[in-house]
Ligand binder design. Structure first.
Ligand SMILES: NC(=O)c1ccc[n+]([C@@H]2O[C@H](COP(=O)([O-])OP(=O)(O)OC[C@H]3O[C@@H](n4cnc5c(N)ncnc54)[C@H](O)[C@@H]3O)[C@@H](O)[C@H]2O)c1
Ligand SMILES: [Zn+2]
Length: 455
C-alpha cells in the first residue's frame, strides 16, 4: 500500500479551510479572483503542497502568480444569482483558459442560427460531422447549413454512428476513421461532434488520433454534455472491463451550446444531466447548490432561463477547475464525486442500462453516505443530497443486481487507483468542501457497500 507521502489527501474548499486536520506547514490557501465579480468575488482552495507539485524540498512547481493568471472562467454576459431574461441570440461566453489552447464556450438559445460563431473556428475547407442516428435527423441539416451558409468553399462529410453508450467502443470509433480516410481528409480538416457525451467523447478521441491530431469543435446537445462532458478535453471510449479506460486529453477549438436543442431531449436524459449540476454545488459551489434546491422544478420543466443559468454556472465551475488542473493532478479529480461507485454500476449493470447521470446520482449518495460514516459531514448534508436527487427524479440507491463484490472488483480498475490504492472523492466539512484521498477507514467503505447492496 502506498504511503501518504506519495498519495496525499487533497483538500478542496470554496473558502479558507477551517479543517484543523490540515497542518499549516503542509497547506497553502490560494485566493482566486474571478473576472465575473457578480458571481463570486473571491474563492480559495485549500490544497496540500503535493497536489500543486511542491517538491519535497519545498520548491513550488506552480507559483501563486502563475495560478492566478491561469484562472479566468469568465462570462461576457454576467448574470445575477437568479437568472434573468437575456437576448437569446447574444451568446454568453465562458472562457476555458489554457494558454495557447484556450477556447470559448458559447451558450445561448438559437446559436445554431448564428453561422459566424461556428465558421470562425473551422480550420481548412473540409469538415467531418460525427453524430448518431437519433441526433442526425434532428440537427444535422441545421449544422451543415451553419457550416456552409455563405461559405461555399467548405465541404462537409458526416458519419452517423449507432446510438448508445454500448457503442462507445473501438469498433464504432473505427467507423469515424474509415469515413475520414475514405474521404481523404487531411491535417487541415475539422471534426465536429454533434450529440451527447458519447458522441463528444468519441469524436474528440478520433480528432486526437486522426493524423495525430486535427481541429475539433463540440456541439453538445444533452444537458450532460452541455454542463460537463464537452468542456475540458477528456475524450475516449470504454473497454468491456471499465468505463473510459482508453482515451486522450484533447481540447476543442470551441464549444457551441444551443440551449434550444434541449427541447427534444427525453425527460430521463434531462434528469441524468442534472446529476452533474448537483455535483458542482456539492464539491465547490454551495450557493449554486442552494439555487438548485429552489429551482429544481424549473429545471425539470425546462424553463429556458433556469437551464441557461445552470449551464453557464456549471461551465464556469468546470472551466475554472480545468484551467487549474487540466491533466487531473488532483483538483480535477474532484469532478468525479460519486463516479467511482457510478462507473462500477455502469460497468456491472451493463453499459446503457442506466444512464451515466443516474449511476452518478446513486454513486453520489453512496460517497456521501461514506463521508458521513467517516464523521466528515453532518446529517443535514446527507439529507439535502438525498432530497435534491429525489427532486430531480434520479436514483438514490444502486440497482439490486449490484453486489458488494461487484462494486469492489469494478472499483479496483478505476482510473483513480494509484499504486493499488483506491482514492475516492469524499465530502468533508461544510457543504462545498471535498477531499480526494486514499486515506480513509476501509471499514467505512465496506459498511457503505453493505448498506446499499443486498449481498
Ligand atoms: N468527457 C468528459 O469529461 C465526460 C463528462 C461526463 C460524462 N461523459 C460521458 O458522457 C456520456 C454520457 O453523455 P450523455 O448523457 O449526453 O449520453 P448520450 O450521448 O448517450 O446521449 C443521451 C441520449 O440522448 C440522445 N440525444 C442527444 N441529444 C439529443 C437531443 N437534443 N434531442 C433528443 N435526443 C438527444 C442521444 O442520441 C442518446 O440517445 C458517458 O459516456 C460519459 O462517460 C464524459
Ligand atoms: Zn460524469
Amino acid at each position: 500500500m502506498a504511503s501518504s507521502a506519495t498519495l496525499p489527501t487533497l483538500h478542496f474548499s470554496p473558502k479558507p479551510s477551517t479543517d484543523s486536520s490540515i497542518g499549516r506547514s503542509e497547506t497553502c490557501n490560494l485566493f482566486l479572483r474571478f473576472r465575473n465579480h457578480d458571481l463570486v468575488s473571491r474563492r480559495s482552495f485549500s490544497v496540500s503542497f503535493d497536489s500543486l507539485g511542491l517538491n519535497r524540498s519545498g520548491t513550488p512547481v506552480l507559483k501563486f502568480d502563475r495560478i492566478r493568471s491561469k484562472i479566468s472562467a469568465s462570462s461576457a454576459q454576467v448574470m445575477e444569482q437568479s437568472p434573468r431574461k437575456t437576448d437569446s441570440r447574444v451568446p454568453t461566453i465562458v472562457d476555458v483558459d489554457l494558454g495557447d489552447r484556450s477556447y470559448p464556450i458559447y451558450i445561448g438559445s438559437g446559436l445554431l442560427e448564428e453561422h459566424d460563431l461556428l465558421q470562425r473556428h473551422v480550420h481548412g475547407k473540409r469538415v467531418l460531422v460525427v453524430t448518431n442516428t437519433t441526433v442526425a435527423p434532428l440537427y444535422l441539416d441545421k449544422v451543415i447549413n451553419a457550416l456552409t451558409s455563405g461559405n461555399p468553399n467548405v465541404s462537409v462529410e458526416s458519419v452517423i454512428l449507432p446510438d448508445g453508450e454500448k457503442y462507445k467502443d473501438m469498433d464504432t470509433l473505427m467507423k469515424v476513421f474509415d469515413k475520414a480516410i475514405e474521404s481523404r481528409l487531411d491535417r487541415r480538416c475539422t471534426f465536429v461532434a454533434l450529440g451527447g457525451g458519447v458522441i463528444g467523447d468519441m469524436c474528440g478521441f478520433a480528432a486526437a488520433a486522426f493524423l495525430r491530431g486535427v481541429n475539433f469543435i463540440q456541439i453538445p446537445t444533452t444537458v450532460m454534455a452541455q454542463v460537463d462532458s464537452s468542456v475540458g478535453g477528456k475524450t475516449g471510449i470504454n473497454h468491456r472491463l471499465g468505463k473510459n479506460l482508453i482515451g486522450a486529453f484533447y481540447q476543442p477549438q470551441c464549444v457551441l451550446i444551443d440551449t434550444e436543442t434541449l427541447n427534444t431531449l427525453p425527460e430521463r436524459e434531462l434528469a441524468s444531466g442534472l446529476a452533474e449540476v448537483v455535483k458542482y454545488g456539492l464539491i465547490r459551489d454551495p450557493e449554486f447548490f442552494d439555487w438548485q434546491e429552489k429551482n429544481m422544478q424549473a429545471l425539470l420543466a425546462r424553463d429556458p432561463s433556469a437551464l441557461a443559468y445552470a449551464i453557464k454556472r456549471s461551465c464556469e465551475n468546470k472551466a475554472e477547475v480545468v484551467s487549474l488542473d487540466e491533466k487531473e493532478g488532483g483538483l480535477r479529480a474532484t469532478l468525479n464525486l460519486g463516479h467511482t461507485f457510478g462507473h462500477a454500476i455502469e460497468t456491472g449493470f451493463g453499459y446503457g442500462q442506466w444512464l451515466h447521470g443516474e449511476a452518478v446520482a446513486a454513486g453520489t449518495v453512496m460517497a456521501v453516505d461514506m463521508s458521513h460514516r467517516l464523521g466528515w459531514i453532518d446529517d443535514s448534508i446527507v439529507k439535502r443530497v438525498y432530497n435534491i436527487l429525489q427532486l430531480a427524479k434520479l436514483p438514490t440507491t444502486p440497482p439490486e443486481i449490484m453486489t458488494t463484490e461487484m462494486f469492489k472488483s469494478y472499483m479496483a480498475v478505476d482510473k483513480k487507483v494509484a499504486d493499488g490504492l483506491l482514492r475516492l472523492i469524499l465530502l468533508k466539512g461544510p457543504l462545498g468542501n471535498c477531499v480526494f484521498t486514499g486515506e480513509y477507514d476501509r471499514n467505512a467503505l465496506d459498511e457503505t457497500l453493505r448498506a446499499f447492496c443486498k449481498s
